[in-house]
Design a protein around this ligand. Structure first.
Ligand code: FE2
Length: 251
C-alpha cells in the first residue's frame, strides 16, 4: 500500500528533475517502456521505526476513531510522497521514519477528545514509552510550527508537520483553507488567533523551503483527492481527466 509508491515517485522525481516527461504526460504511463523502478534502500526500517503493519496494530490498540485513521493515511500519502521526491532531489530524509511519524501523528488524538490532553505531547510520551524515540519526536512536534533555520535541510518532522497542515479531515487543501478552518475552530481569543497567524506564517515559509527544491507547485498535491487515502499513488496514473490545474507546473 503506502510502501509501494515506487513507480510514481520515481517517475515524478525524474519529471521534476527534467521538468518534462518522456512518456507523454504524468498520467499517461501505459506506453512508457522506460519506466524505472525504485531501487534505493531508503524504505528500509531502522530497528526503532515501526513498519506500516506495526503502525496499523498501534492504531487499533489505541482505538483511533476511523475518521482519524483515514486522516492519518491521507497525511501519510502526502508526507511519503514529498519525502520521496525530496530524497530524489538530494534531501536525505528517512522515508520509513516519515511514514511511521505521519501514520502515528494523531495516535492519542481519540483519547484527547475525552481527556483534553495536548495530543502531540501525550503522543510523544506514548511512543517514547513504546521504544520509538525518533517517531516520538516527530509526533511531539506535529502541531505547532516554528520558523526553522533556513540553513538546515528539511527534516522528517518538517515534512510531517507540513503534510498535516495540508490535510483537512481527509481532503488535501491549501494552507489558506486549512488555517481558515483552524482559526474558525480554535481562534476564539485574540491570543489564540495571534498564535495561529504566527503558525500560518511559519508554515508558509516552510512550504516555500520545500517547494524551492521541487519542480511542481503546492497545488499539485490536491491531485491526491482523486484517490482513496489508502490507495497507492500509482493509481494517479489511471485517472483520465485530471485538470491542467492539478498537473505540476514547471518552474
Ligand atoms: Fe493530523
Amino acid at each position: 500500500m503506502i510502501c509501494s509508491y515506487a513507480g510514481l515517485f520515481t517517475f515524478l522525481a525524474i519529471m521534476a528533475k527534467n521538468k518534462k516527461t518522456a512518456c507523454g504526460g504524468i498520467f499517461g504511463m501505459s506506453n512508457c517502456s522506460q519506466r524505472m523502478h525504485w531501487t534505493s534502500n531508503q524504505f528500509q526500517n531502522a530497528s526503532n521505526v515501526p513498519d506500516e503493519q506495526k503502525c496499523k496494530e498501534l492504531m487499533q490498540r489505541y482505538n483511533m476513531l476511523p475518521h482519524i485513521v483515514e486522516h492519518s493515511y491521507r497525511v501519510c500519502q502526502i508526507a511519503v510522497f514529498l519525502a520521496s521526491t525530496l530524497y530524489r532531489n538530494g534531501t536525505h530524509v528517512n522515508i520509513a521514519l516519515v511514514r511511521a511519524g505521519s501514520l502515528l501523528h494523531d495516535i492519542t488524538k481519540t483519547q484527547s477528545l475525552v481527556t483534553n490532553e495536548p495530543h502531540a505531547q501525550s503522543g510523544r510520551e506514548l511512543l517514547r514509552a513504546l521504544g520509538y524515540p525518533e517517531v516520538a519526536e516527530i509526533v511531539g512536534s506535529h502541531v505547532t510550527t516554528e520558523e526553522g533555520d533556513v540553513r538546515l535541510p528539511i527534516s522528517e518532522a518538517d515534512i510531517v508537520n507540513y503534510a498535516d497542515k495540508r490535510v483537512l479531515h481527509v481532503r488535501v487543501v491549501s494552507l489558506e483553507e486549512r488555517f481558515k478552518d483552524l482559526k474558525d475552530r480554535y481562534g476564539k481569543t485574540p491570543e489564540a488567533l495571534n498564535r495561529l497567524e504566527a503558525m500560518e506564517r511559519a508554515v508558509t515559509k516552510l512550504e516555500k523551503r520545500i517547494f524551492s527544491i521541487l519542480a511542481f507547485n503546492p497545488e499539485f498535491l490536491t491531485a491526491f483527492n482523486h484517490l482513496s487515502p489508502y490507495a497507492s499513488p500509482d493509481s494517479l496514473m489511471t485517472i483520465p481527466d485530471l485538470t491542467d490545474q492539478a498537473r505540476p507546473t514547471r518552474k
